[in-house]
Structure formats: C-alpha cells, structure tokens
Design a binder for this molecule. Structure first.
Ligand SMILES: NC(=O)C1=CN([C@@H]2O[C@H](COP(=O)(O)OP(=O)(O)OC[C@H]3O[C@@H](n4cnc5c(N)ncnc54)[C@H](OP(=O)(O)O)[C@@H]3O)[C@@H](O)[C@H]2O)C=CC1
Length: 256
C-alpha cells in the first residue's frame, strides 16, 4: 500500500498519475480535504481514504509526505513512525530534519515532482535515489538521480521560476491588450505561441543556446528583444533571483 499524507495540488497530481497508469498501486489517502480525497476515491478504484494520518502510516509500506513545508514539523511530530519508507516532496525540509522527526525510520528519500507527474511526464530529482522511490517515480515519467543534497536543493530552487514564467506570458498579453487587442485574443495568441514551443521541448537532446539561435535571426526582432532584455538586466536578474531563492531554502532548512 502507498500512503499519501497531504492531498493538495501535488499529492493529487501524483495520485492521478499513478492511478491512470498500468497496474496502479493501492493508495491510501489522509482524510483532510474531504472533497478532494472523496473525488479521487470515486474516480479510481485503487484509491482509498484512511481514518487518520496515523492509519495511513500503519497501513502503508511507503508513505509520501506532501504537506506544506511550514506544516512539516507539526504534522510529523503528531505521528508515531515505525518502519515504512518515507518519501518527502516538501521543499526545503532537509534529510537531517526528516530523520529527526521520523525516527527511527532510515529509508527516507527527498523528491521534487513537477505537476506533469499527473500525466506521467514528470522528471523527478531524487536524493538519495533508492528503492522503492526510484520505481515509483519512474512510473510517473523518469528520475534524475542527484549526487548530493546540495545539488538537490539547487534543483529545488530552479522550480521557483514557474510562476514568473506565467507572469512573463501575462506581461506580453497585457502589452498587446494595452495596444488595443482584446485581452482574450491576446491571451489566446500568447498561449498558442508558447504552448507550441513547450510541446517541442519534450524528449530528445536539447540545447537551449542552439534553440535560441534558431529563433534569433541575425538582425531580426527576436535578436533585438534578447539584446534589450540583456541590456535591461533581465538575464542577470534571473541569476540574482535564483541565488536569493537558494538562500531562502537554506534559511528555511535552518529554521524548520
Ligand atoms: N505544487 C507543486 O507543484 C509542488 C509542491 N511541492 C511540495 O509539496 C508540498 C505540498 O505542496 P502543494 O500540494 O502545492 O500544497 P497544497 O497546499 O496544495 O497541499 C498541501 C495539503 O496538505 C494538507 N494538510 C495540511 N495539514 C495537514 C495535516 N495535518 N494532515 C493532512 N494533510 C494536511 C493541506 O490541507 P489544508 O489546505 O486544509 O491546510 C493541503 O491540502 C509542499 O511542501 C511543496 O513544497 C513539491 C514539488 C512541486
């Protein structure tokens, strides 16, 4: 049995991905968020709802911890851990803290699932990449075996860029709308432009620099836009933002 404690956005995405694949595992959910868990149990015959978080632990051989990082200590300290394997997706909660809160459990893995696990196209960094976590996330796409926890935290920091990506798309469509194009048409156009590009990133060997050059005809408008963004400090700001996020994760690790 696979247990899930914390069935929010990413917990539900993993449950959907596992349940819609071949030979789905039996899954036991924590009872909080009654609406979401009832819907998952009604949609998938392999999904069940437990009476309590402790019942999830006791009836599962592997447990996914998917509560928000700020809730980690409170939720885990209410539980008595025995011997299931734990997989934590909680950003910025280090193995040191997980081992302390889940003693005496030894087999603890950190994972960074992406929302695309819902359709089994996730690429999931794991540390340490041990079984059964590796097989579980292989079912949801594929796994990146990360060498150490510092590298793992850098992967984690890079996921902080997702909302800014949508902000970027929003900025472009707002600019179109400010110049008289209907907001819905502007959004559809930008979505179509970037939706197609995103689809082209699946699979194969990718070289972002090469892709950029393919789209930046010398003397053309893409090249001009890249140059202006660089002159305005946008690319440098990406590095600054990522460094700041990395530092925030370190600070969080020291305070969890
Ligand atoms: N969303 C994403 O794409 C990713 C998220 N993560 C990590 O996953 C974790 C969850 O993120 P996300 O799914 O976005 O957050 P959500 O807020 O959507 O989900 C967290 C869930 O945990 C529930 N919860 C809180 N307390 C308890 C409790 N005592 N027992 C059981 N469940 C509880 C919350 O319920 P309630 O709302 O009622 O408080 C909520 O449903 C975070 O630690 C995040 O860092 C990692 C990778 C990607």
């Amino acid at each position: 049995m696979l247990g899930v404690i914390g069935v929010g956005a990413i917990g539900a995405a993993m449950v959907a991905g596992l349940s819609e694949g071949g030979e789905p595992p039996e899954i036991l959910l924590s009872p909080r968020n009654a609406g979401i868990v009832a819907k998952l149990a009604a949609s998938y015959s392999n999904v069940h709802v437990a009476q309590s978080n402790q019942a999830v632990l006791e009836q599962s051989s592997v447990v996914l911890l998917c509560v928000r990082p700020a809730d980690a200590r409170r939720v885990m300290s209410e539980l008595t851990f025995k011997n299931p394997c734990l997989i934590s997706v909680m950003a910025g909660v280090p193995l040191r803290v997980l081992r302390e809160l889940a003693a005496p459990v030894q087999n603890i893995v950190r994972a960074i699932p992406l929302p695309s696990v819902a359709v089994r196209r996730g690429i999931t960094p794991l540390f340490p990449a041990t079984e059964p976590a590796r097989s579980l996330f292989d079912r949801l796409g594929r796994v990146i075996e990360v060498a150490d926890e510092t590298a793992f935290d850098h992967f984690s920091a890079s996921t902080a860029t997702i909302a800014a990506h949508f902000l970027y798309l929003n900025q472009i469509s707002r600019w179109l709308a400010a110049h008289g194009i209907s907001p819905s048409e502007a959004q559809c156009y930008v979505a179509a432009m970037f939706g197609e590009l995103a689809a082209s990133l699946h699979g194969g060997d990718l070289d972002f620099g090469e892709l950029m050059r393919e789209h930046a005809t010398p003397g053309g408008i893409n090249e001009l836009f890249c140059r202006v963004m660089g002159d305005e400090g946008v690319w440098n700001a990406v590095d600054v933002g990522l460094d700041r996020v990395r530092q925030a994760l370190t600070d969080r690790q020291n305070s969890v």
